[in-house]
Design a protein around this ligand. Structure first.
Ligand code: SF4
Length: 374
């Protein structure tokens, strides 16, 4: 009789304080700020570089990416953009797994991180040394990992997914009769399991930002703003998801802010997203979902400490010094590419089908309660 290991006890993640990270960021006068922006623009041109930024980084970086032909999006689209753009250097403003994904897809390009120490609690909670033997103990299961994982973990996976396609992919695998081993986010895993009914063994990691949202306090805020739509990222706890009008990936939540008729929104994801939401839906009001309330242990207060490490000064230094370059062992990269490329191909298939049906890609009808992946 085989003795499969119990669900591993994941490392305790000591996340830095977002407030402390932001307090350490250099303060610039308007003149210094303008000079810094001009310097980065010059360096980008000189080095044939482009900024690929996540929605959660400071709006100064998002704006600069837009102004310089770069890109701001979720991790799936960041990966696609970096792959398709002709620039020889990709400057990733986000966290380490995003830089690694860029390198997995673009071994010939130089990939620089704007912030050297930008980690992710999900990635940290799923070390390859623990994850690989765990997978080996369940050879009958298809290993599906969230993009928020290291290259070494992706290399052990059959599939990589982002939150924008996770439900669709797991449903597809379930329909083929496959059982899933999912890692590392337990809330997203539970959400997918409920949405699909798939047989899923779930790794117990969590995002330090989304896990801090509080269902009871959210209910109270919603009661004070009955006209507000509640937009929730599925890395949030089930009690928060239960109150959502829309559950979706970052891009899907921005689309909801634009397309729903509501004038007010309560948003349960990182507040860095407000820059793009205000751009997509000018004149609408966005409130952050509460991280305070009974049992609150708000360390991040709805803004990721590692995303907060990305600032203009750090970005300029990365370009000037060439520091923070991402390296991925070639044998690991080739294995990780297999699972990552399957994700991109699967997402392309979804987009092609949506386009064939005359629907906006990943779009949805007004006023309809939406679930991620539908
Ligand atoms: S917000 Fe959460 S999931 Fe995103 S990088 Fe930060 S810790 Fe990771």
């Amino acid at each position: 009789m085989s003795h499969a290991p119990a669900i591993p006890i994941v490392p305790v993640i000591e996340a830095p304080s977002t407030a402390e990270i932001l307090a350490r960021a250099p303060l610039e006068t308007p003149a210094e700020h303008a000079a810094l922006v001009a310097k980065i623009k010059r360096l980008l041109k000189q080095q044939d570089a482009v900024i690929v930024a996540h929605y959660y980084v400071h709006e100064d970086i998002q704006r600069l990416a837009e102004e310089t032909g770069g890109y701001v999006s979720d991790s799936l689209d960041m990966a696609r953009f970096g792959h398709e753009h002709r620039a020889r250097t990709l400057v990733v403003a986000g966290v380490r797994f995003m830089g690694e994904t860029a390198k997995i897809l673009n071994p010939e390009k130089r990939v620089l991180m704007a912030a050297r120490d930008a980690e992710c609690s999900l990635d940290l909670a799923c070390p390859a040394e623990q994850f690989i033997p765990f997978c080996d103990a369940y050879p009958e299961r298809t290993v599906v990992v969230y993009s928020n994982t290291s290259a070494a973990v992706k290399a052990r996976a059959d599939w990589v997914v982002t939150s924008s396609i996770a439900v669709k992919l797991v449903k597809y695998l379930k329909d083929r009769g496959e059982k899933i081993l999912w890692a590392p986010d337990r809330h997203l895993g539970n959400y997918i399991q409920q949405a699909t009914g798939a047989d899923m063994l779930i790794w117990p990691g969590a995002c330090v930002v989304h896990e801090a949202f509080k269902g009871i306090a959210l209910g109270a805020l919603k009661a004070r703003h009955p006209g507000a739509a509640v937009l929730v990222h599925p890395e949030s706890p089930a009690s928060v998801i239960a109150l959502a009008d829309v559950v979706g990936s970052t891009t899907q939540l921005i689309q909801a802010a634009r397309d729903l008729p509501n004038k007010e929104f309560i948003v349960a994801t990182d507040t860095g997203i407000f820059y793009k939401m205000r751009q997509a839906a000018p004149g609408k009001l966005f409130m952050e979902a509460p991280t305070a309330g009974r049992g609150a242990t708000c360390e991040s207060c709805a803004h990721c400490p590692w995303m907060a490490m990305n600032n203009l000064t750090a970005l300029a230094q990365a370009l000037e010094t060439g520091a923070n370059e991402i390296q991925v062992d070639e044998a690991v990269r080739v294995k990780a590419l297999r699972a990552t490329q399957r994700m991109l191909d699967f997402a392309d298939g979804i987009d092609a089908r949506a386009a064939g049906q005359g629907r906006p890609v990943s779009g949805f009808a007004k006023g309809e309660r939406r679930q991620l992946g539908d």
